[in-house]
Design a protein around this ligand. Sequence first.
Ligand SMILES: O=C(O)C1=C[C@@H](OP(=O)(O)O)[C@@H](O)[C@H](O)C1
Ligand SMILES: C=C(OP(=O)(O)O)C(=O)O
Length: 414
Amino acid sequence: MSSSATVARARIPGSKSITNRALLLAAAAQGETLLGAPLVSDDTLAFRDGLRELGVVITETADGDWLVDGLGGGPRGRASVWCADAGTAGRFLPVFAAAGSGEFNFDGSEQLRVRPLGPLVGAVEALGAQVLPGEGGGLPLRVRSTGLRGGELVLESGTSSQYLTGILLSAPLMHRPLTVRAPGLVSKPYVDMTLAMMRHFGGEPAVGPDGRIQVAAGGYRARDLRIEPDASTASYVFAGAAVAGRSVTVPGLGRDSLQGDLRFAEVLRLTGAEVEIGPDATTVTGTGELRGGFEVDMGDISDTFMTLAAIAPLADAPITITGIGHARLKESDRIAAMATNLRALGATVTDGPDWITITPGPLHPAEIACHRDHRIAMSFSVLGLRSPGITLDDPNCVSKTFPEFHQEFARLFG
Ligand SMILES: O=C(O)C1=C[C@@H](OP(=O)(O)O)[C@@H](O)[C@H](O)C1
Ligand SMILES: C=C(OP(=O)(O)O)C(=O)O
C-alpha cells in the first residue's frame, strides 16, 4: 500500500440517489428530519424544489444541512412540479403525489420528456389514480388522485429500476399493503438502496424468495441521516488515479456503502490498479499502465460504464463492457455517445444493443460532444489526463450531479 503522505484525499459531494430518496422519505414521514451533507446540484435542487411545490417545508441550516418537516403522508391540493433533467424526480415524485390527494402536474426538460415512463404510468393507474401522460407516453404528466389502494402489482422493470423505487418509496402511504413483482429488473443495487433507506425511516419491506417485494402500510417516521459521498462521482477520481499512476482516497465511502456503484473500484482492479475498500474509505492506487483483455458485465452499475469506456483506449488490449442496454435510455444514448466520441478521438470501437468493445490505439485531439450528459463530460476529463487536446463542447453540464467537478479534478490531478 502507498504511504499516506502520497495519498490525495478527494472531496466528493453527497450521493444524488441517497439525497433524493432521503428527501422523499423525510417528506413523507411524521416529524422533522435532518439530512446531513446533502448533494447540492441540479438534480437534488430540482427534487427539493419539487417537494416544496408539493407543500413540504425544507430549510437549510448554517452548516448546509437540510431540515425537512415531514407531511406524515402524501401531499394535498394542487401543484405544478418542474423535474428539470432529473430521472429520479420524474419517476419518484408523481407516485408520491398520487399517494396524497389532489391534482398535480409534472414536467421536465426535453431530455427528460423523451425518457421512458410507460410502466410507471400504468402502475400508478392500476393503483387507483388517474394519470394523463404527454404525447410520447411520458412527461408532461397530470396526476389526479385520492390516494393509492395498494394490493398486487406487476411492474415491467427492464428499462429502469426507477419505476420500482418510485412505487416502493410511496408504498407505506397506500391504503393497504402492496406486493410488487418487477420482471426484467435492471440496476438492482438501486432497489437494495431503496429498501435499506425505507427501513431507516421505519418502513417494512420484505423480499420473498421469488423476488416479490411486500410492503406494509403504516407510513414513515422521521430519522436523521448523514449522506455518503456519491460512488458514481467517485469513479472519476478512482479512474484518474489508475491512469495517472496516483493514489486517491475517498473518505466516507467504505464497505458498508449503500451504493452499488462502489463496485466500480473492483472493476478497476481488473485493469491492474490496487484497490482498498476499507470500513470508512476507499483508496485506489494506479500504476499509470492499464491492463485490458477482459470482458465485464456492468449492468448493475451502468452509470460507471462510461468511466471505464473512456479510459479503455489507454489499455494494452481490448475491453468489452456488456449488460448495459438500459444505458441507451439515460441523459443520452450513452453507448452511441461513447462510441461516437471515442471514434472521433481515433479509437476503434464496436458496439451492439447492450455492449461496447474498445480496442486501444493512438488518439488525436478532438472536441467531445457532451449531449448535455454530465457523465460524458466527466468521463472524457479522465481520459484528458493522459491524452492531450481533448476539449468538451459543454463543460458546465457536470452541474447535474457535481457542479465543482472541474475545480476538484484540477486540484487532484492538475
Ligand atoms: O434510482 C436511482 O437513484 C438511479 C437508478 C439508475 O437508473 P436506472 O434504474 O434507470 O438504470 C441510475 O442510472 C440513476 O443514475 C440513479
Ligand atoms: C442516469 C442518471 O440520472 P437520472 O437520475 O436522471 O436517471 C445519471 O445520473 O447518470
